[in-house]
Design a protein around this ligand. Structure first.
Ligand SMILES: Nc1nc2c(ncn2[C@@H]2O[C@H](COP(=O)(O)OP(=O)(O)O)[C@@H](O)[C@H]2O)c(=O)[nH]1
Ligand SMILES: [Mg+2]
Length: 318
């Protein structure tokens, strides 16, 4: 009988779906399968699509998939929605919006809601991207909502990051300036059927010019789209290819891959260390005592954390 990993490598969708469920549930068995899949990852091109809720990301992704499918490319979509703690409205909505592809064997869609623990979302996204990559998907699109460190980390997994804006959101351009502007390789002004697309583009250009020069020499491209009608989407896809080409022609790709590999490892290290400590505390039934000690100031969280790490790694601390 074939192992789960072998079935996934052979493109078995049911096997992949089962593993993804186990990843969601943080089953230790899932990690074993991920270990076996890892050598077969690194082939897929990952596109991150990020922007505020309602900016039209899912609609846009759906249209991009249409273009990629015409070229015969197989696609994985990961819709990350931290605002939806359970399989709530947004995720059902995504299914509806992408359902034109639901019966297409070449498109694998997976939604992820928030996980309780620190960095859990990034870790899950990365694990699932690895599964899709190992399955042989040519392109993986990761849709994420707006700002926040989790989103920045997730977008960093992508080779090309697409930031979606809509007309009439001056304040939001201010807000996203901090993190997202720096990581956007491509900017999309979606809903450009609405008033104010010119103004948004001018503001965006201003913000981009004020920002510091990028080390990779890439000049972020701006596209206008009307995702519901599919307008401007072919141009956007072409823009993604152009960015990919630019990455390959310079040493930027190598640098990017190194950075991604490092970030990915740090994510896993962090979540493995965290879960080891949490498991230990729970097994020993120490939560209550820890919280009481901290509240009554018998110790402080800094010393306690350092002490726990010191004893776990067999190093005496002061
Ligand atoms: N007017 C207009 N509405 C759009 C456009 N693209 C998407 N929408 C609508 O905006 C709403 C939110 O879209 P959705 O793709 O779910 O946004 P997401 O939350 O960013 O994934 C839906 O009702 C879409 O039909 C567009 O280009 N123009
Ligand atoms: Mg969406």
């Amino acid at each position: 009988m074939k192992t789960l990993a072998e079935r996934i490598l052979g493109g078995d969708i049911l096997a992949a779906a089962r593993l993804m469920r186990d990843i969601d549930d943080r089953m230790p068995e899932a990690t074993e399968v991920l270990k076996q899949l890892y050598p077969r990852t690194g082939r897929a091109y990952i596109i991150g699509v990020t922007g505020a809720p309602g900016s039209g990301k899912s609609t846009l992704v759906d249209r991009m998939v249409e273009v990629f499918r015409k070229e015969g490319k197989s696609i994985g979509i990961i819709a990350v929605d931290p605002t939806s703690p359970f399989t709530g409205g947004a995720i059902l909505g995504d299914r509806v919006r992408m359902q034109r592809h639901a019966t297409d064997e070449g498109v694998f869609i997976r939604s992820l809601a928030t996980r309780g623990c620190l960095g859990g979302l990034t870790r899950s996204t990365q694990d699932i991207a690895n599964v899709m990559d190992a399955m042989g998907k040519d392109i993986i699109i990761v849709e994420t909502v707006g700002v926040g460190q989790d989103e920045v980390d997730i977008v960093n997994l992508a080779h090309t990051s697409v930031v979606v804006l809509v007309p009439g959101m001056g304040d939001e351009i201010q807000a996203i300036k901090a993190g997202i502007i720096e990581i956007g390789d491509i900017f999309v002004i979606n809903k450009s059927d609405r008033e104010g697309a010119d103004k948004t583009e001018r503001e965006l250009l201003m913000v981009l010019e004020m920002g510091k020069k990028r080390e990779d020499g890439w000049d972020p491209a701006i596209f206008r789209t009307e995702a519901i009608l599919g307008k401007g989407v072919v141009e956007l896809v072409f823009g993604v290819y152009r960015h990919k080409q630019a990455l390959m022609q310079t040493r930027a790709m190598e640098q990017k891959l190194k950075e991604r590999t490092k970030v990915a490892f740090l994510q896993i290290l962090q979540s493995e260390v965290m879960s080891r400590f949490i498991q230990k505390i729970e097994e020993e039934g120490h939560w209550e005592k820890i919280v009481c000690d901290l509240m009554e100031k018998r110790t402080d969280p800094y010393s306690l954390a350092q002490h726990m790490i010191g004893s776990e790694f067999g190093k005496a601390d002061a």
